[in-house]
Design a protein. Structure first.
Length: 93
């Protein structure tokens, strides 16, 4: 039995995420990933771009609307385990 993934709330994700970048996969040149970086430029996690677009039912991926929808999807699906260190830093402030 697998453990259910817990996601940070959208409002928290908006505070800690600095950028979401669609880029080429490091090891697979024909694959794209959306990498999520914190406000200090540290990589938090990544998503398979094609899987996100399929989940959203988007076929024209190069539009501004598609990109905005993919970023919103990412912000709603940031796993807690990926940002535990950043969250601890916020608690100290």
């Amino acid at each position: 039995m697998s453990e259910e993934i817990k996601f940070v709330p959208f409002a928290v994700a908006r505070k800690i995420v600095g950028e979401v970048v669609d880029e080429e996969h490091l090891h697979e040149s024909d694959r794209r990933v959306m990498t999520v970086y914190d406000v200090d430029g540290r990589e938090l996690c990544w998503f398979d771009t094609i899987e996100i677009m399929a989940d959203l039912g988007i076929t024209k991926t190069e539009t501004d609307e598609a990109k905005a929808a993919a970023v919103e999807y990412a912000l709603n699906h940031i796993p807690v385990w990926a940002v535990e260190e950043v969250l601890r830093g916020l608690e100290k402030k």
